[in-house]
Design a binder for this molecule. Structure first.
Ligand code: NAP
Length: 264
């Protein structure tokens, strides 16, 4: 399927690894100009080079900014060219009991997970409206509705994104711009791989045993009963970023392997 992305420019926050990088890879493969982002020039340079080696004819750029630092975000916003596709992907979590999570934990997760997308959209959405075309995607999580007890601040940020996304979609009424959110389930990013490896080492088990125990004991509602691969999530995001998804606006799309339950 041709996603019709040639001559479109995309910015993906937090895209030197994980879901963000997987989305970037698909968009570049479809001919879009992609701007990667991460906190350090060094890791960003490596990610840009890796994609450039794979797609030597395409344009891949990098703009560093740490979304926990407002001054860096402001600098980034000034440097951004016209963006057709904004993927608000950056997100962090810190597992802790409700009683141990500090004010800083709440504020830092809100700052990075929610305010990153708010600040980027405030700059980019008006230009999209002027151009009468654009795609904004907020990467939420199954945690927005499952709310694991050790991830209450993180889950709060992921529910907040749904309201931001829906509200912005309402501002696009009658235009060619759409704003949607995507709710991935447990996905095998580098972070998840590391978690499985560490737990396996600690418990003297294999990674596969730890992964399968996660689904039989923790994420019991998952119909998939395994971690999704990065591309399984990135494919949906890439489709929603494309002109082909023009009738989907203001929606929250689950890529959760059925974990959230319900029909809608
Ligand atoms: N993986 C899952 O199971 C899962 C499930 C549901 C939802 N999600 C959501 O999907 C999104 C991507 O998740 P992921 O698992 O792919 O993430 P990940 O592997 O942890 O992503 C790491 C990326 O985020 C960047 N990053 C981290 N902190 C940053 C900051 N303060 N400023 C700028 N960039 C920063 C990293 O860049 P540098 O290291 O280069 O700075 C790297 O590119 C997140 O919003 C996450 O909440 C993930």
């Amino acid at each position: 399927m041709d996603l019709q992305l040639r001559n479109r420019t995309a910015f993906i926050s937090g895209s030197t690894a994980g879901i963000g990088y997987a989305v970037a890879r698909i968009l570049v493969g479809e001919g879009a100009t992609v701007i990667l982002n991460g906190r350090t020039q060094e890791k960003l340079g490596l990610a840009v080079q890796q994609l450039q080696d794979e797609f030597p004819k395409e344009t891949i750029l990098g703009l560093p900014a740490d979304f926990s630092k407002v001054s860096e975000v402001e600098r980034l916003l000034k440097k951004l060219p016209d963006i057709d596709i904004l993927v608000n992907n950056v997100g962090i979590y810190r597992a802790a009991s409700f009683f141990e999570a500090t004010d800083d934990d709440w504020q830092q997760q809100f700052e990075i997970n929610v305010m990153s997308g708010v600040r980027l959209s405030r700059t980019i959405l008006p230009r999209m409206m002027t151009n009468n075309w654009g795609r904004i995607l907020f990467i939420s999580s199954e945690c927005a509705t499952l709310v694991p007890e050790d991830l209450i601040p993180y889950s709060m940020t992921k529910t907040a994104l749904l309201a931001v996304s829906r509200g912005l979609a309402q501002l696009t009424k009658g235009t060619g711009v759409t704003v949607n959110s995507v709710l991935p389930g447990s996905t095998l990013s580098e972070g998840a791989e590391q978690f499985l490896e560490n737990t396996a080492r600690k418990e003297g088990k294999t990674k596969d045993e730890i992964a399968s125990a996660f689904f039989s004991e923790v994420r019991t509602s998952s119909l998939l009963q395994r971690f999704a691969g990065l591309d399984e999530v990135a494919n949906t995001i890439a489709y929603l970023a494309s002109p082909l998804s023009s009738a989907t606006n203001g929606a929250a799309i689950k890529v959760d392997g059925g974990s959230m339950g319900g029909i809608l």
